[in-house]
Design a protein around this ligand. Structure first.
Ligand SMILES: C[S@@+](CC[C@H](N)C(=O)[O-])C[C@H]1O[C@@H](n2cnc3c(N)ncnc32)[C@H](O)[C@@H]1O
Length: 253
């Protein structure tokens, strides 16, 4: 039985990530914002109950389902699948990756509470979990990850919104083997031409220069905003063709 409750104050308009929730846990009530991940992960079951059961998030299943479809369309059975799950949170994507047949799943998240929640709620899902900022990965951690030969990078619900910026996406991309899979989702408007987030420019440049081939792309409802409006995203599965040059990465720093 869950030992928390929350109230979602009714609002006419809410900003994604800044939606207010009033949570009561162990007799204490406090106001949080939906992107206060550290606080949310500390309360067992709150992340799942809030985003999945209440706000109808379906992204881990949609993105991993699309990845599975792409892999099944091209993979030889002998391929060992090793994923680097970026912005891994409390392990919901890692769980899906294991279910679709990944042999090894590595996680990385900037928040210690994410690693603690994964250990608490989904122990053993990741073969290694690094509490690191992808925008400033220490050399020894980078070498360790590369040494495990990841041939897939997943990033679900973690691009933009003060989470993972374009240059970190590019650096993570370069840790993956050539020919590796890239599975991510991104808010639909971020892929509109000249969007200030920089993602449309980076991804457009990667596709035009044949650095990444897009294998699958689908627009879908990521979740509801607290004001009831749908938040539409693209789920994208790409295949790495070659690394992104330092010259290109520097444009986004
Ligand atoms: C909405 S959560 C998504 C968690 C998980 N992927 C899921 O779909 O349930 C976004 C996660 O990205 C992480 N994150 C944000 N910036 C990051 C960075 N620079 N490096 C690594 N992780 C980051 C956050 O700590 C947070 O746990």
């Amino acid at each position: 039985m869950k030992d928390f409750s929350f109230v979602l104050p009714k609002v006419k308009k809410a900003d994604q990530g800044k939606e207010k929730i009033i949570v009561t846990y162990k007799g204490k009530t406090k106001e949080l914002l939906t992107h206060n991940y550290a606080e949310i992960y500390k309360i067992p079951g709150l992340y799942e109950n809030l985003f999945y059961d209440t706000l109808a998030c379906q992204s881990p299943k949609v993105v991993c389902g699309l990845l599975n479809k792409a892999i099944n369309g091209s993979r030889s059975d002998s391929d060992e699948l090793v994923a680097l799950d970026v912005g891994a949170g409390n392990g919901m994507v890692g769980e899906e990756l294991a279910q679709i047949g990944f042999d090894t799943v590595l996680g990385i998240d900037i928040i210690e509470e994410a690693a603690e929640a994964t250990d608490r709620d989904r122990p053993g899902i990741y073969d290694a979990y690094y509490v690191e900022d992808l925008t400033a990965l220490p050399d020894d951690v980078e070498s360790e990850i590369v040494g495990k030969n990841p041939n897939c990078m997943s990033i679900v619900a973690a691009l933009g919104f003060d989470d993972i910026p374009p240059e970190a996406f590019a650096s993570g991309y370069n840790l993956i083997a050539d020919d590796g899979w890239i599975a991510f989702n991104i808010k639909d408007e971020f892929l509109q031409e000249n969007h200030p987030s920089g993602f449309s420019k980076l991804i457009g440049e990667m596709v035009d220069a044949n650095i990444m081939e897009i294998v699958e792309k689908k627009r879908y409802q990521h979740r509801l905003c607290l004001d009831g409006t749908p938040l539409n995203y693209y789920a994208v599965v790409g295949r790495k063709q070659e690394p992104i040059s330092d010259k290109v990465i520097r444009q986004y720093q």
